[in-house]
Design a protein around this ligand. Structure first.
Ligand code: HEC
Length: 164
């Protein structure tokens, strides 16, 4: 009996150690571990870019490149790292999210800046090119980091997953 009890304790300790090691290494689940405040800012950014993308389609289809440029600039400026985050919150983002997530977010906002530029210069092919880049970035990042929110990505094969 005594022997059984100590082996149960030992097993529990081992399970606990294995789990905490997994949690420490699993930066991919980082989004869900963000503080409520930072997560709210991220959600706000996402909802803003979601409607901005739709507005771009309408503006571009009516030939209003000035409006496309304006909306693209708003996307660029919604950049989570540029918002009024405290030093502590910035540190939280960098420590809880993988560097790949940060670079995908940076690349996304860079593309928005390029779209603004293309629209300001009235270059239709480039507007299309950068819009497509933004379009692809949404699903690429969601597939890698937001499967908890967009569960349909869980059913897709890993072949499409963003790799660097
Ligand atoms: C760099 C990564 C990244 C990029 C790029 C990105 N997203 Fe997201 N998005 C996320 C993450 C992570 C979540 C889940 C946030 C959470 O669970 O708190 C999310 C959530 C969302 C949500 C759900 C918000 C809610 O109500 O919970 C919408 C809508 C969304 N994204 C739209 C978009 C669109 C549209 C694009 C492209 C134009 C895009 N996102 C690009 C990472 C990204």
């Amino acid at each position: 009996m005594k022997h059984n009890l100590s082996s149960t304790i030992l097993t529990s300790v081992l399970i606990f150690l294995t789990c905490s090691a997994t949690i420490t290494n699993a930066k991919d689940v980082g989004v869900e571990s963000l503080s409520i405040e930072v997560r709210e800012i991220l959600t706000k950014e996402m909802l803003a870019i979601d409607s901005a993308m739709k507005e771009i389609v309408s503006a571009n289809s009516s030939g209003d490149t000035e409006k496309v440029a304006l909306i693209a600039r708003q996307i660029k400026e919604s950049f989570i790292l540029k918002q009024g985050l405290t030093k502590h919150q910035k540190h939280e983002l960098h420590s809880k999210l993988s560097s790949d997530f940060i670079s995908q977010d940076k690349a996304f906002h860079y593309m928005a800046g390029m779209l603004e530029h293309a629209a300001t210069n009235n270059k239709p092919e480039l507007i299309g090119f950068y819009f497509l880049k933004l379009f692809e970035a949404c699903s690429s990042c969601h597939q890698a980091y937001a499967k908890h929110r967009f569960t349909k990505f869980s059913n897709q094969s890993k072949v499409n997953e963003h790799t660097h």
